[in-house]
Design a protein. Structure first.
Length: 347
């Protein structure tokens, strides 16, 4: 009996030790999440139509088709296994209306309609169709320089506007993956990364931009641009998206005067970290806010524009990221293209 009792005590001690170890292991596992928005850079699309062949006052109308593919996953600047995330395909058809007065004051309205397709790795594709976020802007030419021949070699224009959250925002419309890593103190970190893709951003935002145009030669012109998109509210699930900024340079070579031209483009895009509300696993019912995500990107683009008639313009352009760096793990843009046609009419 004494031997049996000692055996039972020993077994009980082993079981108790395993329970303690398991409890410590569970207590040292921390779970957090990070959410990033897919397709936010499309908000920088120019609203309205600039057509130098028609002098103001004029009315502008345009229709554009944008295709954006996101199927590359990065951790920092290194490629992560994209098979764990899936892909997102964004299609937008935008109708833009603009008015430019003789005083070089302009106003524009952009109304996008889109299809967003989420392709998870472990399920069927999810498709959303509907209205996107509407853009309203006003602009003013601050100065213009004319040469002796009466042509306009240089001008500076600024625009300010509002992005209205008319597009449907769906907190559940996202792709997710969980990354497991160990810390120096022996704890285990579990982080779930979410790629959010909805018709709209779910927030009101302010837009400001400036464009400097310079005709350096009869057939060569340059444009330098800067734009900032600042969210002014939070989403329905209490996310405050970070600030977006873009610096760009555009070179245009006219192959046929006012009829056919090629364009090369380079841009730098920056997105500051998002302010996300987190649930604290170790303290049920408690939440905290964290600054997560953020990304930098340099892109290159090439396009062709044709003007078959007075006031009528059609163009095709494509863009690929040449360098990208992100905070955490994010699904990023692989390629994008735009096909557009515009018409300007004097009034």
């Amino acid at each position: 009996m004494i031997g049996t009792g000692r055996v039972c005590q020993a077994l009980f001690g082993v079981v108790l030790a395993l329970v303690v170890l398991l409890g410590n292991g569970l207590a040292s596992a921390h779970h957090s999440s990070s959410t990033s928005r897919v397709g936010g850079a499309s908000d920088f699309r120019r609203v309205g139509v600039a057509n130098s062949t028609i002098a103001p006052p004029r009315l502008d109308a345009a229709m554009a088709y944008d295709l954006l593919l996101f199927d590359r996953v990065l951790q920092g600047s290194d490629t992560y296994d994209k098979a764990q995330f899936g892909s997102v395909l964004i299609n937008f058809i935008s109708v833009s209306l603009g008015l430019e007065l003789a005083s070089s004051t302009s106003g524009a309205l952009r109304i996008p309609f889109g299809i967003v397709v989420l392709n998870p790795v472990d399920g069927a594709a999810e498709t959303s169709v509907g209205l996107g976020d509407v853009h309203v802007t006003v602009g003013q030419e601050l100065f213009s320089l004319f040469d002796r021949a009466g042509t306009l070699p240089m001008s500076l224009r600024v625009r300010v506007g509002l992005v209205v959250p008319t597009g449907r925002y769906e907190p559940d419309a996202s792709l997710s993956l969980t990354d497991v890593s160990g810390s120096a103190d022996g704890s285990i970190d579990l982080v779930t990364y979410n790629a959010r893709a909805s018709m709209g951003a779910g927030v009101w935002s302010f837009l400001a931009a400036a464009e400097l145009d310079w005709r350096v030669h009869d057939s060569v012109s340059l444009q330098l641009s800067a734009a900032v998109l600042q969210p002014a509210s939070a989403t329905s699930d209490n996310i405050r998206w970070g600030t977006d900024a873009e610096l760009g340079g555009l070179a245009t070579i006219e192959l046929i005067r006012d009829a056919l031209m090629v364009r090369g483009h380079m841009d730098y895009r920056f997105h500051s970290r998002d302010d996300v509300q987190q649930v604290v696993d170790e303290m049920p019912g408690m939440v905290r806010r964290e600054r997560v995500g953020g990304r930098d990107e340099i892109g290159l683009g090439l396009g062709v524009e044709a003007r078959p008639g007075r006031g009528f313009t059609c163009s095709v352009r494509g863009r690929i990221p040449a360098w990208q760096q992100v905070g955490g793990i994010q699904l990023v843009e692989t390629v994008s293209t735009t096909v557009s046609c515009a018409f300007a009419m004097g009034i």
